[in-house]
Design a protein around this ligand. Structure first.
Ligand SMILES: Nc1nc2c(ncn2[C@@H]2O[C@H](COP(=O)(O)OP(=O)(O)OP(=O)(O)O)[C@@H](O)[C@H]2O)c(=O)[nH]1
Length: 360
């Protein structure tokens, strides 16, 4: 319930508080038209007119306002708007018919168009419900004009005007809906891109942290293990200086490719942590298995060697530091990263091209 009333709701076309304000605006408009109309229509039909506005249309708006406080409002918004706006339009048509039969007066039909604008563009009916609304309203208007001679010689013209207006409204709603869909897709793409490192297409550091934290709390509940590996390319500055930055980029991409081949589980989080540094978190593995993974990271570069004349190994290599513990031993992501990082620097100090485990 609390969540429902907070901020913009993705299922509603407009914020809930704006909807309420718009309903009040609708009531004020009806009241405004009523005070103007009462000056021009004959006194004999004042009661009927009053009934349509104060007895039916305004209570329908108030009903809508009250419904907006119900927890299911969001789910039934479109059918509810369609239902209420169609009833409001029907009330108007009933009155047009009544005035014609009682007083021989052709009451204005433009209200039908105005209600449609309000339903489709102000209360923002979806295209599907706009079609339903337009079909119900235009059907009733055609019936009204066919059933009584209220608009005399102008009947055909008026029907044409109402139907064309509804059609124009539908095209407008469709265009807005399509533009909105494109915008949502572009937004989703941007969000996706903001999570990924463009060079390696691995997760970036920010996404790693978010994923790690959510998986960590999951594994705390099952008292499972968590293992973090830090992978750092050896003598990479020399590689860049000798082979050029673009060749360096290709090595970073190759390292990412190797890591993706090793860490394939859905629960494995593989990310580019910084320049030539990578981080991987795996869950639910024992020590022997994790050691095997660390070994495979080192061996990748041996099985598929890339020359590096500036390195004592003559080929590209990397160093790996890893730390395995129970998920409940960790408070923050930083705790585990700094331990795996210490082990990685120990591997560097011990000569590079090797893996090292951090022990408590
Ligand atoms: N080509 C390329 N180089 C990068 C990128 N990001 C960082 N680097 C380079 O990676 C190098 C990292 O150098 P250092 O931190 O000194 O480490 P190192 O030369 O690998 O030495 P050790 O880690 O001690 O073996 C720097 O020269 C950075 O410019 C990148 O996206 N592309």
């Amino acid at each position: 319930m609390k969540q429902f009333f907070e901020g913009p709701d993705p299922a509603l076309p407009i914020e809930i508080n704006q909807i309420r304000i718009l309903i009040v605006v609708g009531i004020i408009l009806i009241a405004g038209f009523m005070s103007a109309d009462l000056h021009v229509i004959p006194a004999a039909i004042h009661d009927s007119y009053f009934f349509t506005r104060v007895g039916v249309q305004i209570p329908l708006c108030l009903l809508f306002l009250v419904a907006s406080f119900h927890s299911s409002f969001k789910r039934y918004y479109y059918p509810l708007v369609t239902f209420i706006m169609v009833l409001i339009a029907y009330t108007n048509m009933w009155f047009v018919d009544l005035v014609w039969h009682k007083e021989n007066i052709s009451f204005a039909y433009e209200g039908t168009v105005l209600y449609s604008f309000f339903a489709m563009f102000i209360l923002r009916l979806s295209f599907k419900y706009s079609v339903i609304y337009a079909a119900l309203v235009s059907g009733a208007f055609v019936f009204l004009v066919g059933h009584s001679e209220v608009y005399g010689d102008h009947a055909f013209l008026n029907v044409g005007f109402v139907l064309t207006s509804l059609l124009v409204c539908l095209i407008g709603v469709l265009q807005i809906e399509q533009a909105q869909k494109k915008l949502i897709a572009a937004n989703e793409r941007l969000t996706e891109l903001s999570k990924i490192d463009p060079l390696t297409e691995l997760y970036n550091r920010r996404t790693y942290k978010a994923l790690f934290n959510s998986l960590l709390s999951l594994h705390k509940r099952t008292n499972g293990s968590v293992c973090v590996f830090i992978v750092d390319l050896d003598h990479f500055k020399r590689y860049n200086d000798h082979y050029g930055h673009l060749a360096g980029d290709a090595i970073i991409q190759q390292q990412a490719k190797f890591l993706k081949q090793i860490f394939k589980r859905d629960s494995d989080v593989v990310a580019r942590y910084g320049g030539e540094e990578f981080i991987i978190a795996t869950f639910g593995n024992d020590e022997e298995y994790c050691r095997g993974l660390a070994q495979r990271i080192i061996e990748c570069w041996h099985q598929d060697p890339y020359p590096h004349v500036q390195s004592q190994f003559g080929q590209v290599t990397c160093s790996v530091g890893w730390y395995l513990t129970n998920a409940n031993n960790i408070d923050t992501e930083k705790d585990i990263v700094s331990k795996a990082d210490d082990a990685m620097y120990q591997a560097k100090r011990s000569g590079r091209n090797q893996f090292m485990q951090h022990h408590e």
